[in-house]
Design a protein around this ligand. Structure first.
Ligand code: HEC
Length: 135
């Protein structure tokens, strides 16, 4: 079968992760997010490193697991408000990590809460690799 150039271009465009897709639900997958942050970091995310990062307090009061649970395949519980949080792992929650703007917003907010700074691309790639590997 011959693949016409136009088809190849369309396919490449469909596979590329755009930085600002339309803001609607289910605009991304965890694999696309993982690939994006791995590319930003210049190295693939590491699930084992992501697990350690997720469970560590980083010198503060909370870890990511304080609210999301460990492993985050079950419901979490907000460490200060007590509100239930839907499972973070896509294996347990098909809606998890499906909205780029939402993922960016919560990464920013939660990383500040836990680390008093934003997470680096490498840290995001590691956390996403950890979440993607959970079954
Ligand atoms: C103080 C509680 C708290 C802590 C600590 C916390 N989170 Fe969250 N996180 C939340 C809440 C609440 C949401 C929104 C959940 C919802 O609405 O379903 C959320 C959402 C997220 C999302 C978006 C999920 C999605 O499907 O869009 C990501 C990614 C995330 N958190 C990662 C982290 C990481 C990484 C850490 C550690 C650096 C962390 N969180 C620490 C409370 C927390």
């Amino acid at each position: 079968m011959t693949v016409r150039p136009a088809t190849t271009t369309l396919l490449a465009a469909a596979l590329a992760w755009g930085p600002s897709p339309p803001a609607h639900a289910a605009d991304t997958t965890i694999t696309q997010q993982l690939n994006h942050w791995s590319a930003q970091a210049g190295a693939p995310g590491d699930a084992a490193r992501g697990r350690t990062f997720f469970d560590a307090r980083h010198g503060g009061e909370w870890s990511c697991a304080s609210c999301h649970g460990m492993p985050p395949t079950g419901s979490g519980r907000h460490a200060s408000t007590g509100k239930t949080i839907a499972p973070l792992a896509p294996a347990a929650n098909p809606k998890a990590i499906t909205d780029t703007a939402r993922v960016d917003k919560w990464f920013r907010r939660n990383c500040r809460d836990v680390l008093s700074r934003e997470c680096t691309p490498a840290e995001k790639a590691d956390v996403l690799a950890f979440l993607a590997a959970l079954r």
